[in-house]
Every structure is written in structure tokens, then in C-alpha cells.
Design a protein. Sequence first.
Length: 253
Amino acid sequence: MPAPTCASCHAARAALRRPRSGQALCGTCFCAAFEAEVLHTVLAGRLLPPGAVVAVGASGGKDSTVLAHVLRELAPRLGVSLRLVAVDEGIGGYRDAALAAVQRQAARWELPLTIVAYADLFGGWTMDAVARSTAGSGRSRACCTFCGVLRRRALEEGARLVGATHIVTGHNADDMAETVLMNFLRGDTGRLARGGGLGSPGEGGALPRCRPLQFASQKEVVLYAHFRRLDYFSEECVYAPEAFRGYARDLLK
């Protein structure tokens, strides 16, 4: 059976059927729709005011790569300028390759890139050093928890270093669902009560943060990267198998 015609342009053959709407679209029209939805998220939520200097948390992975590419496309309409900020956690055999992907993106898209390292910010500590210090202590599963706290601080420092007024991260809808389930399983009523808004207003002197991809599924993020032929790093962090998030992810599948 031949593929249906794209429901948007009515010319090209459809390449996919969107999970939420069931709409059959060609790759070009899907990417345009994806970008329009991110634009709507930013404008409707008043996430990035005109004139904002936006620090994009760039890991080299699919989510941050798609986020940076989409915002680069939308920047003229939003009236914002972008800076890539990458964090070097000090994970041997993993982070160097991911940072290389970020450097290629920065060069290709002509975006300024700043890399901040745990070792420089936290007195020589790296994630490998943290992992060694917790090995055999019963706290090895906490590596990702430690890393999350340190990474948030490092991204804040990097954003301030480049003069950013706002921070954006590539969390997608799947990530948000996992976070809600994790908080439920932990009985963290405080975080559950705060909900999963589009971002944080920057309380306590912190820069405002937002998640423009929050309503985009992981599947559609991957499809966008595919159709736009984006170069990203796809290997999983060596410490990820120990993370509690993986348990929540398995439950949602």
C-alpha cells in the first residue's frame, strides 16, 4: 500500500504519522510543524522576552542539539541571541566525545560556545572522582543525583559568564513524565505540589530557566533530528545504568 500524501502540503508523500494527532506529514512539513509548536510554547508561556541573551545547555545529545537548532531558526522572530554553554563533568571515555559534537555544532551554526568544567568549579572534583569516592559505600546509585546538583550549578555559572539573562534546557515530554513518576515513587510531595511548569522564574538570584521542548515527545525529537540531519552524540553516560531515573523510565514503557 503506497504511503499517503502529506496532509499539510498535499504534494509530497507522508514520511510519518504524528503520534498525538494522527496527522500524516512529509519530513519537511513535520519539521515546520515542530518548530511552530516550539515557537507557540515560547510565546504563549512568555518564556524568552525580546532582547534576551539565552544560554542553551548544550550536552551534544539529541535533545539539546534539537533545542539549539530550533531556537537558532526561531531567534530572528523571537528577537533573542543564543550562547551555547556546555558542562564538562569529567567522565572519562564519554564526555570528550560529547563535547566534540557540541564544538562541531557551534562551528557549523556559528554560535559562541563556552565550556565550564566541574574540576575548575568544584576544587578539582570530577564525576569520576565522585564515583570512586562512593564506590562500595552503598551510595553508588547517587552519582546521577550528585551530578544533577553540580551540573545545575555549573550551567548557572557558565550562563553568567557569557552574560546570559535566561537559561534553556532540552527536557522533553518523556523526561517530564519520568520526573513526575520519580517524585511520586520517592514520596516527594513538595516537588509534586510545585508541578511541572515550563520553567522557573529565577528565584533567589538564579537566572530564569525554561524548557521549550517540554511538550515534544522523545520520538518526535528524534524524528526532527533525523529529518534535519543533525549531528549529535548518542551514547549513554557510563553512570546512567545506576540512575533511579532508569527505573522510572522502564515503568513508563
